[in-house]
Design a protein around this ligand. Structure first.
Ligand SMILES: Cc1cc2nc3c(=O)[nH]c(=O)nc-3n(C[C@H](O)[C@H](O)[C@H](O)COP(=O)(O)OP(=O)(O)OC[C@H]3O[C@@H](n4cnc5c(N)ncnc54)[C@H](O)[C@@H]3O)c2cc1C
Length: 432
């Protein structure tokens, strides 16, 4: 079992002390949102910016309790892991449009930070790293793909000794530098967004788990101590949904990711690790990902590559992976390690839409481990769908949401099989 109560880098460096009440009344609103992570807060904020401010947001624990408050803070380009998996749902033109949409993410985050003055330490500079010739070919293709979207940011392919200009490691053959991506303090970003949301008059309730839903023209959500009745509902619980809505529960499967944080390092050491003070990941199907923080720490993240397995010592697990990339950090202490579940969809693309036969009950989930940037894009489009409808919403919600058969009984088996298949397929998708 993973300890979801463990301290994280984010809780230790939180800049906002927000405490919202728990819901203890029966209230009526236009829109109720369940889940206080990026998905719930961002969709609500997008709606509020459009003038839909009569919103109640329910969070079972505290804001950022889920993946949003425990991730690597990596701002990567794109949505989903391999758009070819959804080509049959949206066609070639759909893929092109999703590629264009997916380029918006980092700018949405940057605009949000600027607009509301959020203290989220956005730092530009992302390195996609290649270990071998196959991954090097993929990075060359990504360079063309990223540049074809007309990005205003520097995008530069690097090979051989040039790689050392962005990272202090001999592990890699090639790199693609994307100055549009980077990293962010994910919990401070969320809390700043929540503060912005409440400034529009939307009501946020913490420690208010939804426990029962009655659907209809007016939807009633019962919490442990109160209730909300609303015309529209959004499910945004991702890996913490816990069977509450069986239709959505069936569509994803949880796997786990882990993070560790080193002690503060000297300026010289940080300069050696990351001359650009950026974020990095390799491009294997299941990546290692890391970044420096403003306090000169290195955050190193991973997941188990094949088995559905939670290492008993997360510090030691991440440390041995970190030393493969940066052997000269052997004397550096790891101060903290933590982890959490991530909801994965069968096609590894986020699931967005409304429940069958319930046009006023919307959902978003299943970012498959890649949700910081995608949630900001997807929730902008979801808010369009919830407000007045839009062609972009029609496109994104037309992606198939398959069920995972036997997910509860055979979870470790399905997860292990899925990971193994995902890893093996990397040989022909150019990621291994
Ligand atoms: C260790 C780790 C590292 C990661 N690293 C990265 C990364 O570097 N880059 C990246 O892009 N993505 C990363 N991810 C994935 C990313 O964090 C998630 O995809 C994203 O945060 C999901 O946001 P969300 O709002 O959909 O869900 P969450 O943030 O999980 O929020 C869901 C919320 O719903 C609440 N909830 C559940 N049930 C109820 C209920 N009944 N009533 C009320 N509230 C309820 C939960 O308490 C939770 O707060 C990582 C994930 C993990 C776990």
């Amino acid at each position: 079992m993973i300890n979801t109560e463990a301290a994280t880098y984010y809780t230790a460096t939180k800049k906002y002390e927000l405490n919202f009440p728990s819901l203890e009344d029966d209230i009526d609103v236009d829109i109720v949102v369940i889940g206080g992570g990026f998905s719930g807060v961002n969709t609500a904020l997008e709606l509020a910016e459009k003038g839909f401010t009569n919103i109640a947001l329910l969070e079972a624990r505290h804001l950022g309790f889920g993946g949003t408050g425990r991730n690597g803070g990596q701002i990567m380009a794109g949505i989903g892991h391999d758009l070819d998996k959804i080509r049959k749902d949206v066609g070639d033109d759909g893929i092109r449009r999703i590629l264009e949409i997916s380029d918006l993410g980092a700018d949405i985050i940057q605009d949000r930070i600027n607009k509301y003055g959020i203290l989220a330490d956005f730092c530009h500079g992302y390195g996609y790293m290649g270990f071998n010739a196959r991954q090097t070919r993929t990075l060359r293709q990504w360079e063309k793909d990223f540049k074809s979207l007309g990005s205003k940011h520097e995008i530069r392919y690097l090979e051989g000794s040039e790689v050392r200009s962005i990272i202090g490691s001999d592990a890699y053959q090639s790199a693609l530098l994307h100055m549009g991506g980077g990293h962010v303090h994910s919990l401070n970003l969320l809390l700043g967004e929540a503060l912005a949301l409440s400034s529009y008059g939307a009501r946020i309730f913490e420690f208010s788990p939804a426990v029962e839903i009655t659907y209809g023209d007016r939807i009633k959500v019962r919490t442990t101590k109160g209730s909300v009745t609303a015309s529209k509902l959004l499910w945004a619980c991702d890996s913490f949904l816990n069977r509450l809505e069986p239709e959505l529960h069936r569509s994803t499967i949880n796997t786990y990711a882990f993070q560790c944080m080193t002690e503060p390092l000297s300026d010289a050491l940080i300069e050696r690790i990351s001359p650009i003070r950026g974020a990095y990941s390799d491009i294997r199907p299941i990546i290692d990902y890391y970044r420096v923080t403003r306090e000169n720490r290195l955050l190193f993240g991973s997941a188990t590559p094949l088995l559905d397995h939670i290492p008993s010592d997360l510090k030691a697990w991440n440390r041995q992976l970190m030393l493969k990339i940066f052997p000269y950090l052997h004397d550096v202490k790891v101060d903290l390690a933590w982890g959490g579940p991530m909801a994965c969809s069968p096609n590894l693309f986020p699931q967005v839409g409304s429940l069958p036969g319930r046009p006023n009950a919307f959902y978003v989930q299943g970012y498959s481990g890649f949700g910081v940037t995608p949630s900001h894009i997807i929730c902008k489009i979801l808010a369009e769908g919830m407000a007045e409808g839009s062609p972009r919403y029609d496109l994104i919600s037309s992606v198939n949401r398959a069920s995972v058969i036997g997910k509860d009984r055979f979870r470790p088996l399905i997860c292990t099989a899925g990971k193994t298949w995902h890893q093996v397929s990397g040989y022909w998708t150019g990621r291994r």
